[in-house]
Design a protein around this ligand. Structure first.
Ligand code: ADP
Ligand code: ZN
Length: 436
């Protein structure tokens, strides 16, 4: 495989040089942070009052973690480190789990972010010859604009349609010969269902790749997408607190996401004790943003779970790889005392070939007990077929789930297109249990 780079020098920097660069940028970032009301107070307690107090990268450990609540409490300007005339853009998080958090960017901050996205795009093998249809929503959500500028920077032909309007999406793909999509995996699966409905065949399209992200998904979902569309799908990870997409992205080897370590210091911690874990141990991902002056964030607890993949990637990039996101510390379900992540459920059902493109997880109270109901869409032919086949399939899904999550769920089979569709991040879990 011929490997192409956007910025070969930085992308293949050896470890000592990369760490030297991290240290330089960490010092600068601490300097910016000290301009904010929030960090001035917080760092004073640790004895860090100037960038010179950071002597080595190990000094990072002296800095307390920053949480989503810290950011919410600092809303709207407590974490702004520059004067307002230097700010050129504001983004907020999607607010999946509560009040949104706000991020400010200077012109240079945006350029740094865009540079990282250019590296990501080239790492997948895409480039200036591609037609890029950006189906992530534009606006306050960072997914749309983030990739937009990255794609323009590498010279792709950008179709800035944003999310939704599935028929039009398909029409544009066909008319302009779209080769690369940026989209949530759940919406991409929905698009596949729609193709038949609008009588567009895969051979009418020129699709080659999809950048899929913004929501958790399993390896089996990726495989399903790749098989249904005959394309390569690359996992794209980011969060608005770390600029947005472009924090970590898969290269052509599709074996973990290279995290741009000249821009972000990545740590994995035990979410309960806060202890830093070693490579290959799963825990909460913590990032320090080294490339944003307007809102410097130190040791930000993402609530996302994953681990650092050990060893070198055959592509030659030295920036370490992050595993697939296995869940969020705040999306864990407790069902009759047993902990379950929605991603575990998805992993099981998406492996079963008869299962279609959409599913939902429902939780109800049944007397004193919790009831877990998994609603799965199946392919049309099967749905209208033999009753005994349906029963067998139901039993198989149930047994596979029980083996994996130790809970005995109720399984419902649904007709294609009957479960709710989301054009952005999918909401898979409906928890109807009373809250105390
Ligand atoms: P919110 O936290 O409100 O959803 P963002 O819009 O910034 O805010 O979304 C970032 C979050 O989306 C991440 O913290 C992560 O939970 C999720 N996410 C983004 N990309 C991926 C991905 N490739 N795999 C799994 N989850 C992802
Ligand atoms: Zn690689």
């Amino acid at each position: 495989m011929e490997v192409r780079f956007w910025n070969k020098e930085i992308e293949t920097l050896d470890r000592p040089a990369l760490e030297q660069l991290q240290l330089k940028r960490l010092r600068e970032t601490v300097g910016y942070a000290l301009q904010t009301h929030f960090y001035k107070n917080r760092l004073a307690k640790t004895g860090i009052t100037s960038p010179e107090d950071i002597k080595t990268l190990a000094d990072l450990k002296k800095i307390p973690y920053t949480t989503k609540d810290d950011m919410r409490e600092s809303y709207p300007r407590g974490l702004l480190a520059v004067s307002s005339d230097e700010v050129v853009r504001i983004h907020t998080s999607s607010g999946t789990t509560g009040l949104p958090t706000v991020i400010y960017y200077t012109r240079e901050d945006l350029d740094n972010w865009t540079e990282n996205l250019a590296r990501c795009i080239i790492a997948t093998g895409a480039g200036r010859a591609d037609v890029f249809q950006n189906m992530m929503s534009y606006g306050m959500f960072t997914g749309g604009l983030g990739l937009h500028y990255g794609a323009e920077k590498v010279g792709m032909t950008v179709i800035p349609i944003g999310g939704g309007n599935t028929k039009r999406q398909i029409q544009l793909m066909k008319d302009f010969g779209t080769t690369v999509l940026h989209i949530t995996p759940s919406y991409l699966l929905h698009i596949h269902d729609k193709l038949a409905e609008v009588e567009v065949k895969l051979s009418d399209l020129a699709l080659k790749r999809a950048f899929i992200g913004a929501e958790p998904h399993s390896e089996n979902t990726r495989k399903k997408i790749e098989d249904l569309f005959h394309i390569d799908a690359y996992n794209s990870y980011g969060l608005s607190e770390m600029n947005g997409p472009g924090v970590a992205f898969e290269c052509e080897y599709k074996n973990g996401m290279h995290t741009w370590e000249d821009g972000y210091i990545m740590e994995i911690i035990d979410p309960k004790t806060g202890a830093v874990l070693s490579e290959e141990m799963e825990g909460e991902i913590v990032f320090t943003n080294l490339i944003r002056r307007a809102t410097p964030l130190l040791r930000y607890r993402t609530r996302d779970l994953g681990y650092i993949i050990k060893g070198a990637c055959p592509c030659g990039r030295t920036h370490r790889r992050l595993s697939r996101i296995t869940g969020r510390t705040d999306d864990m379900l407790i069902v009759n005392g047993v902990n379950v992540f929605p991603s575990q459920i998805e992993e099981v059902i998406m492996r079963i070939p008869q299962v279609g493109t959409n599913y939902q997880i429902h939780l109800e109270k049944d007397g004193a007990l919790d009831k877990l109901i998994i609603k799965v869409e199946i392919y049309s032919k099967l749905f209208h077929g033999e009753m005994s086949e349906l029963d067998n399939l139901k039993r198989k899904i149930k047994e596979d789930l029980r083996a994996s999550i130790i809970i005995n769920p109720q399984v419902e089979l649904h007709e294609p297109g009957s479960l709710p569709v989301f054009e952005g991040k999918a909401k898979r879990v409906v928890d109807n249990r009373p809250k105390f």
